[in-house]
Design a protein around this ligand. Structure first.
Ligand SMILES: Cc1cc2nc3c(=O)[nH]c(=O)nc-3n(C[C@H](O)[C@H](O)[C@H](O)COP(=O)(O)OP(=O)(O)OC[C@H]3O[C@@H](n4cnc5c(N)ncnc54)[C@H](O)[C@@H]3O)c2cc1C
Length: 442
């Protein structure tokens, strides 16, 4: 039986960043992966999505300047775009394994399952360790309805060789809206069905409504307050049926949430407690079994389940496991972005906290469309909303524009570092950019 100081289960961004830190600290480490090396983000998450999104952004930029220097109406060639996407995703697994080999980290392909608190089994092989890190992430949850076998996931969408004529998304979270944006820009007839009237519920209502209106004008059909109850196969296509509702489509993508990968681990045998939200940890990311830690999307946590958060936790937990820190994890502000031709980006208090606050906060919305940064690219929908507490301190910011992803990161930096207006005025920042607008915003 092989013995290690630490074994990491899951090779996503969380597990991967931890395993290298553990190795660098001199521990004898191994990592186990049951599927694609590199996990969700580079294989079937952020990265392939953003490659497809580049075409959406380019199309939007050209079309926004139609009659202002450009004449052609840009269109997307799906097959070519997917071939481009594959140049990013195809090499990921082998590159990750090569990096592990180069670093001298043992790696095992297979599903890890605890047989006792200090031992896991991978493909009939028993591996022992003093410490473990569980970083097994999440997978798409599929609604338990009649015909659920016909519902596909974001992973299927990101692998689509040919774009169907009609695509229906069930759910209106960020993944559904981003993929709907891509499908719409690439020429599909897109419909988004949501069980209530609150798409992107963590985001500011006012600017979400603006984004939904914008997408509707682009041709995305939104249907709110409908519970899909059944998916029937029609050959060709599918019929989705709900209460007083029916629609026909060629592809159904379920984007109704993600569930933590915990069942296969036999956590009971290790004494690790979990709920349907994920593995429970203390503020040192330690599970109910003190030598077993967890990080990333598999956690039951209030923080957003995003790549930089998993990386932050992976790096932190490696410090705890090697005794380099005994401090509780201290999260900085976390920006969240819905990508698209128009990005919706936020940082600070979530919408539901603001809504529940009973008038404690006040807000200010600025229309930025006439600002030079946006006017020069003819970005007609460019807004920013600040929410303040009683002391006029900013508690939340939401931006909506084609540059909102860059702007929110700059604003997050300003808020995290508590950079004042006076300090911004002392800096010289390249003009004209979103960053050179900062002194007029904060
Ligand atoms: C479509 C989509 C788009 C996204 N876009 C963004 C974005 O734009 N920005 C952003 O920040 N985040 C985005 N995310 C979220 C981001 O991908 C995740 O937050 C991040 O990848 C989580 O990393 P992780 O290491 O916690 O888990 P994962 O990357 O999911 O890795 C977990 C790994 O553990 C493996 N595993 C599971 N069980 C076992 C087992 N028993 N034994 C061995 N291995 C096991 C899995 O196969 C997997 O490879 C997106 C996600 C999706 C699905």
């Amino acid at each position: 039986m092989k013995n290690y100081d630490a074994i990491v289960i899951g090779s996503g961004v969380g597990g991967f960043s931890a395993v290298f830190e553990l190795k660098t600290a001199g521990l004898k480490v191994a990592i186990v992966e049951s599927d694609l090396w590199g996990g969700t983000c580079p294989n079937r998450g952020c990265d392939p999505k953003k490659v497809l999104m580049a075409a959406v952004e380019a199309k939007h930029k050209v079309n926004a300047l139609s009659g202002k220097g450009f004449e052609a109406d840009a269109s997307i060639d799906w097959e070519e775009l997917m071939a481009f996407k594959k140049t990013f995703t195809d090499p990921v697994s082998s590159e990750r394994k090569a990096a592990l080999e180069k670093a001298g980290i043992d790696y095992y392909a297979g599903q890890a399952e605890f047989s006792d608190p200090h031992q896991i089994i991978v493909n009939d092989e028993q591996l022992q360790a003093k410490q473990f890190l569980i970083a097994t992430g999440q997978r798409a949850s599929i609604l338990p309805l009649e015909g659920q076998e016909y519902i596909q996931t974001s992973s299927d969408f990101l692998e689509l060789e040919h774009l169907p004529k009609r695509i229906t998304f069930i759910g209106a979270g960020y993944i559904a809206l981003e993929l709907a944006t891509i499908a719409n820009a690439a020429g599909a007839q897109v419909e988004v069905i949501h069980h209530n009237d609150q798409p992107l519920k963590e985001f500011d209502r006012e600017l979400v409504t603006e984004l939904v209106d914008y997408l509707t004008k682009q041709g995305v059909r939104f249907t709110f307050n409908v519970d899909v109850e059944q998916v029937e196969v029609m050959r060709p296509g599918y019929r989705l049926v709900g209460d007083n509702f029916e629609t026909v489509t060629d592809m159904v993508i379920g984007a109704t949430g993600r569930i933590p990968n915990v069942e296969a681990l036999s956590l009971e045998k290790a004494g690790v407690t979990y709920s349907k939200k994920g593995i429970e940890v203390n503020d040192h990311l330690q599970t109910s079994a003190p030598h077993i830690f967890a990080c990333g999307d598999v956690l039951a946590k209030v923080r957003p389940k995003l790549t930089p958060v998993s990386v932050f936790e992976g790096e932190y937990v490696a410090q705890v496991m090697t005794g380099k820190t005994s401090h509780a994890i201290d999260y900085p502000l976390i920006p969240t972005i819905v990508f698209g031709a128009k990005k919706l980006a936020r940082v600070g208090l979530a919408e539901k906290t603001i809504q529940k606050s009973d008038g404690k906060y006040h807000s200010r919305t600025l229309d930025l469309a006439s600002w030079f940064t946006y006017a020069r690219i003819n970005d007609e929908l460019a807004k920013i909303k600040f929410v303040y507490d009683e002391n006029d301190t900013i508690v939340a910011i939401t931006c909506l524009s084609s540059l909102a992803d860059e702007l929110i990161n700059q604003l997050t930096l300003v808020l995290n570092q508590k950079i004042s207006h006076a300090e911004l005025k002392k800096m010289i920042i390249g003009y004209p950019t979103t960053a050179s607008d900062l002194e007029y915003l904060v």
